[in-house]
Write a protein of this length. Structure first.
Lengths: 291, 306
């Protein structure tokens, strides 16, 4: 029994294994985001993107937002021209129609980068940022088998590493595992963290969730107390027990996987598919049977 | 949901209010109930008998859905808008009788120039969007037979983990064949496999020893890093993998520690994204841990008896 307690390095109970994307200090560097984006475009092999890309070559400048700045700049110049350039007595209807056209074009240019975000092949320009003033935690329910502990630790590790997640919470049959940056009030001591999470989950009623919830923008989600400050996307994936083929029983809800990210639109369809596949790992297995 | 039910049944929520006041003060009461239900949505749901999920539901993102569905139209939209406004500016000039001179002397020409600048920006954006349109690669159906061979002396937990890996890969990525070799044994061969010429309609078996000695696997295990052969037809090492269907388009070779390898075959050229590769790498580590524990179990039992 003592031999199985020597966990292999897959279960990083210390913080060192957390990859350098999640440093303890809030250091958000835009140049990192640009190089990551270019790397993504070169390696993104499923979508064969052509090489032509207009760029000013300034590091840290996101060219896909250029139409927005041009829209703001030219639009304000148009307004300036209307009021300052000539007195309103001599404004011809032709000039007015040009200005109206110019202002609507400016509004369209400002709107364009938002549309561009949803096209195929668009990669997010932001990088996940670390919330200030929070520390990373890693807690897990104690009365589960070692195999399940390993599974939960690995699952939270892979979620934090491979997706733009800053906080992950997995609840299977009442047993919890929380990892990442959570907004835990100071009065909760280390020993009571799990109970505090339980209380929060009860309040929201997450245990009875049947459908996947995805809030890509912070305006959609009510910022629950436990989520870290600066959460912009939230994904809750229910874990359903797959009924055996031929059985008449309904799908039972085993638990859920909750992920929070500091970017908006953080989870693409592919990310959601992988998270769903990970949730299936926990479905259909009883915690206590795995020894 | 709760708000609607509260509005329709005011009496249980306010038993203290006398009945005669009901008609006169319906209007303020609506506000009261609405404020009450919105501010205490978590406590009012305590009357919800099922104890279901009480949080907010996400609203549908119409714009995002529309853009993803009409990708081509949206890409050429800025060009049309820019081009149309360009023509409109010139038309405006000719109709109003002012000579089309492109200088900044009058405020009319300044406004025209700014509008032209915006139109050109839009046209350029449309062109950039069109140029970065991703090329869709077609899926090639693998030629072979379905097979499902699992090494028989494995405990159930390991088998279910392997089956989970196969199901995830086949659902999420373009994977159509999966072979796991560990400790010179073929632990799993699932999905499509090449048809054997010797025994008809039977999948070709994996010769684990020969595979592990081959240069392809040796190289991968020595470096310890994943190897992604995006277009298998270009690689001569394909001959070392006779058990895969002959028209497998892409494969990923994932080493499992130092003793094993997982071969994942896909049906599209460059079909595995970077996200897939990252997930496969971490899943490989987990598989290695599981299989290693399983192989170690046998000698451990012997040691315990000492």
């Amino acid at each position: 029994m003592s031999k199985t307690l020597s966990f292999n390095p897959l279960i990083p109970l210390k913080m060192q294994v957390i990859p350098p994307q999640f440093p303890a200090k809030k250091t958000r560097t835009k140049s990192l985001s640009i190089s990551a984006r270019l790397q993504n475009q070169q390696q993104q092999q499923q979508l064969n993107l052509s090489v032509l890309r207009f760029t000013l070559g300034i590091p840290g400048l996101d060219e896909s937002y250029l139409p927005r700045w041009i829209g703001y700049g030219f639009g304000s110049l148009l307004v300036l021209n209307h009021f300052v350039g000539s007195d309103s007595a001599t404004t011809t209807p032709a000039q007015l129609s040009t200005e109206v056209l110019g202002l609507s074009l400016a509004a369209f240019s400002i709107f364009i980068p938002y549309l561009g975000k949803f096209l195929k092949g668009a990669s997010p320009a932001d990088q996940a940022t670390i919330p200030e003033g929070t520390e990373q935690i890693f807690v897990m329910s104690q009365n589960i088998s070692d195999t399940q502990k390993e599974d939960l630790a690995w699952a939270t590790y892979i979620l934090l590493r491979n997706t733009n997640t800053i906080a992950a919470l997995i609840s299977i049959q009442g047993e919890l595992c929380a990892r990442g940056y959570w907004n835990i009030p100071e009065k909760v001591s280390k020993a009571n963290i799990l109970d505090w999470f339980e209380g929060q989950i009860e309040r929201i009623g997450l245990k009875n969730l049947k459908d996947t919830l995805y809030f890509p923008q912070s305006s959609d989600s009510v910022l629950w107390e436990m989520l870290p400050k600066g959460t912009r996307s939230l994904l809750v994936q229910p874990v359903l027990q797959v009924p055996k083929p031929g059985a008449i029983q309904m799908e039972k809800i085993e638990g859920f996987v909750l992920l929070a990210s500091s970017m908006s639109y953080a989870y693409s369809d592919k990310d959601k598919a992988w998270i769903g596949a990970l949730a299936n790992k926990f479905g259909g297995k009883s915690l206590r049977m795995d020894l | 949901m709760e708000a609607g039910s509260l509005l329709h049944s005011p009496i249980p929520w306010n038993p203290k209010l006398p009945v005669r006041r009901r008609i006169g003060s319906t209007f303020p009461r609506f506000f009261y109930f609405r404020a009450f239900s919105s501010s205490s949505s978590s406590s009012s749901s305590s009357s919800d008998s099922q104890g279901g999920y009480r949080g907010p539901k996400p609203r549908r993102d119409w714009i995002a859905d529309w853009v993803s569905n009409n990708d081509d139209i949206v890409r050429s939209l800025p060009i049309y808008v820019g081009g149309a406004s360009l023509l409109a500016v010139l038309l405006n000039r000719t109709v109003s009788g002012i000579a089309p001179v492109a200088d900044a002397s009058s405020s009319q020409s300044r406004a025209d120039l700014l509008t032209l600048g915006l139109a050109v920006t839009n046209i350029l954006t449309g062109l950039v969007w069109l140029s970065i349109r991703p090329k869709s690669v077609s899926v090639v159906s693998p030629q072979g037979v379905e097979c499902r061979r699992i090494y028989s002396h494995l405990p159930d937990s390991v088998v279910s983990e392997l089956i989970w890996v196969w199901e995830s890969l086949s659902e999420v990525t373009c994977c159509r064949s999966l072979i796991v070799v560990y400790d010179s044994r073929c632990v799993l061969q699932i999905g499509f496999a090449a048809k054997s010429s010797i025994v008809d309609a039977e999948p070709v078996a994996v010769d684990a020893n020969k595979l592990m000695q081959g240069s392809l696997c040796q190289g991968v295990i020595k470096s310890g890093a994943q190897s992604y052969l995006a277009n298998l037809s270009l690689y001569p090492g394909k001959s070392e993998l006779p058990f895969l269907p002959s028209n497998t388009q892409a494969i990923i070779l994932q080493p499992l520690g130092e003793k094993g390898i997982a071969i994942i075959g896909g049906d599209t050229i460059r079909g595995f994204t970077t996200s897939d590769q990252a997930w496969i790498a971490l899943i490989g580590e987990k598989l290695d841990a599981t299989l290693a524990k399983n192989v170690k179990n046998v000698p451990l039992a012997v040691q315990d008896q000492l």
